[in-house]
Design a protein around this ligand. Sequence first.
Ligand code: AMP
Length: 227
Amino acid sequence: MRLLILGASGAGKGTQAQAIAKHFGIRHISTGDFLREEIKPNTALCRAVKRLIDRGDLVPDELMLSIVHEILEGDDFILDGFPRTFAQALALDEICEKLGCPIDMALNIHVPDDDIIQRITGRKVCPNGKAMFHIIFYPPKEAFMCDHCGGVLEQRPDDTASTVRHRLRIYHERTLPIIDFYHRQGFLISTGGTGDVAEITQNLIDLLNAKLLVAKLEKEMQKGIRR
Ligand code: AMP
C-alpha cells in the first residue's frame, strides 16, 4: 500500500504517519526528516538548504523531486511531507507511474491555525535523536532533558512563532490546493487532527480500510461489466 499524508507542519502528520506505518507494516518516509539528516555536512548546498528550512521556506521543487525519486522505491510506504506544491503533486504522479507504484490514498489531517501555532512553538526536540516533547502536552520528566538519553532539549530553528506563521502562509498558498487535486481524483481521506492521538489514528485507519474496500469493489464491478 502506498499512502500520502498531508497537512500543515504541526498537524500531527509525523506522529500519525508513524502509527499508520506500524499498523500496516509499511515504510514511513518523511522528507523533512530526510532533509534534516542530509544537511549535516558543511557544504554550500547543505548550508543553503538549511537556511531555507530554518526560515520556514520550501526547498525548491527540482531538488525535492530528485530526492523523492531516489528514496521512493516500489515497496509499500507512507510519504510524509511530500508533495507540498502543485508541481510536486504532478511530478509525483509521473514518478509513481514510471516506478510502477501508484499512490493508493492521500490522507489529510486538518488542524486550525491557532492550534498549530500553540503546538509547534511549545515543541522541544532531542538533538541526539528524533525524540520530541511539548512543554504543555507532552512534557519531559525533567525540565529541558530528554527522557531517553538525558540530552538537553532544543527548539528547532523553524519552530519559532514568526517562522510558524510564515510556514502556515506558505501552506495555505501552495499546499492546500493539492488537497482539492486529490479530492477530485477520488482518493482523499480527510479528518480533524485535534483530540486524542490514538483515536485520530484509529479514525484514519477505519476510513482508509472503508475507502480501499469500496475502491476494490468498484474495480471488481468494472471487470464484471466488461466481461
Ligand atoms: P517537515 O518536517 O515536514 O515540517 O519539513 C521541514 C522543512 O523541510 C519544511 O518546512 C521545508 O523547508 C522542508 N521540506 C520538507 N518537505 C518538503 C517538500 N516536499 N518541499 C519543499 N520543502 C520541503
